[in-house]
Design a protein around this ligand. Structure first.
Ligand code: PMP
Length: 438
């Protein structure tokens, strides 16, 4: 049963006339899995709809933000009310403090918070701050981690950069890339070695404490604690990029799940409720170096935009609401649903006689067509890309919308129902059988 994507194919052809590759962010193009990306016209709850009239159960969730589901009634009502009051003022509002306070209550390590407009901006600004604060230029990142597309961090990057085989982009000056030192994820010896060599020149270590951009890769027991110790010893800052895993690995993010306090945290996605927002924040004494409190400059015409703040506040209120008596909280409920789904899918994998790696962190999940343990970029990259393509297209044909790359993560939302989960498990039986027969 092939999908009818005739209108999407025509729309894609026209888009290519005006937009590079027809898309405004590379992974959307389906280039590495082949085929036509469905052009989306609306979304509600767990479902997303294309212009050809196809309906899908969506596990991309706009790549993470839609944790309460698409067009959530509370978020939409708040936005409708807000839009009548104007779309941007370029002046302070009560909303910015309200969102910062909500974030601070959930992530107390973020004592001061600066809003920006994307995850890229958040990590870019956090690095400038780390460099300005420490007076050092070098930073350490991990192979396969993705932190956005600015020069310092587009080095051995994950996500689309890994998918399309350009982890180091042309156009990034070597003078900048040379200050970015990369080491393998989950390898403590590599971290110790680099610090023993140039530790006094390192401004910061930036890490996805739960990595979602080389597929979903979890930190090994004690790994984040060790990074905390090394950075403290050498006077470098520890930056947690929780743009993806924030509010998903646990409500309080990976820092709560693993009990590690970073110096700075970067956020995005969920805190904008589907509108463009990022944020960085952390220790008061460090954040007070940011202009106008301090000398390190960073600014934004649309930063703290009232519509984006409104959607973010509504979303954050839903996920942090006190649960009913004896019920698990929002984040725990998502974790349970995610476990239910991955357990069901794992049974189908066994039934098909395959051996795969399933990973889960709260409401994030992923699988690797790989018989061996996946714990860093090198092991992730050994996964079978062809098998993933077969699985991906079979799921799509059956109305299950997953990321068109193994180097991404899937997301559960509060809107996914028991029926959605069962349908997905049933579809996976067909998809895994197809892979096994291949
Ligand atoms: N950091 C992480 C961990 C991300 O997953 C992403 C995007 N997927 C970014 C930063 C960049 O965010 P944005 O795409 O909003 O610039």
């Amino acid at each position: 049963m092939a999908l009818n994507l005739e209108k999407s194919a025509a729309a894609f052809a026209e888009a290519k006339q005006y937009i590079p590759g027809g898309v405004n962010s590379p992974v959307r193009s389906f280039r590495n899995v082949g085929g036509t990306p469905p052009f989306i016209t609306k979304a509600k709850g767990s479902r997303i709809y294309d212009i050809d009239g196809n309906e899908y159960i969506d596990y991309i969730g706009s790549w993470g933000p839609m944790i309460v589901g698409h067009a959530n009634d509370e978020v939409v009502a708040a936005l409708k009310e807000a839009v009548d009051r104007g779309t941007s003022y370029g002046a302070p509002t009560l909303l910015e403090t309200e969102l910062a306070k909500l974030i601070n209550q959930i992530m107390p390590s973020m004592e001061l918070i600066r809003m920006v407009n994307s995850g890229t901006e958040a990590t870019m600004s956090a690095l400038r701050l780390a460099r300005g604060y420490t007076g050092r230029d070098k930073i350490v990142k991990f192979e396969g981690c993705y932190h956005g597309h600015h020069d310092s961090l587009l080095v051995k990057a994950g996500s689309g950069a890994a998918t399309f085989g350009v982890p180091d982009s042309p156009g990034v000056p070597s003078s900048i890339a040379n200050n970015t030192l990369t080491i393998p994820y989950n390898d403590i010896d590599a971290a110790e070695k680099i610090f023993s060599e140039v530790g006094s020149e390192i401004a910061a270590v930036i890490i996805e404490p739960v990595a979602g951009n080389m597929g979903l890769v979890l930190p090994r027991q004690g790994y984040l604690r060790k990074l905390r110790e090394i950075t403290t010893k050498y006077g470098a800052l520890l930056i947690f990029d929780e743009v993806m895993c924030g509010f998903r690995a646990a409500l309080g993010g990976a820092q709560a799940a693993y009990g590690i306090t970073p110096d700075l945290t970067c956020l995005g996605k969920i805190i904008g409720g589907g509108l463009p927002v990022g944020a960085y924040g952390g220790r008061r004494d460090i954040m007070e170096q940011i202009s106008p409190a301090g000398p390190i400059y960073q600014a934004g015409t649309l930063s703290g935009n009232p519509l984006a703040m409104t959607a973010g506040i509504a979303t954050m209120k839903i996920i942090s609401r006190e649960p009913e008596y004896k019920q698990p909280d929002y984040s725990r409920r998502l974790t349970i649903k995610t476990k239910q789904l991955t357990t069901g899918m794992e049974e189908m994998v066994k039934k098909a006689g395959l051996k795969l790696q399933f990973h889960q962190a709260g409401s994030m999940f992923g699988l690797f067509f790989n018989e061996n343990e996946v714990y860093d970029y090198a092991t992730s990259a050994q996964s079978d890309q062809e098998a993933y393509k077969i699985y991906f297209h079979s799921m799509l044909e059956q109305g299950i919308y997953l990321a068109p790359s193994q180097f991404e993560t899937a997301f559960m939302s509060g809107a996914h129902t028991e029926e959605d989960i069962q349908k997905t498990i049933v579809a996976s039986e067909v998809a895994f059988a197809k892979v096994a027969a291949w």
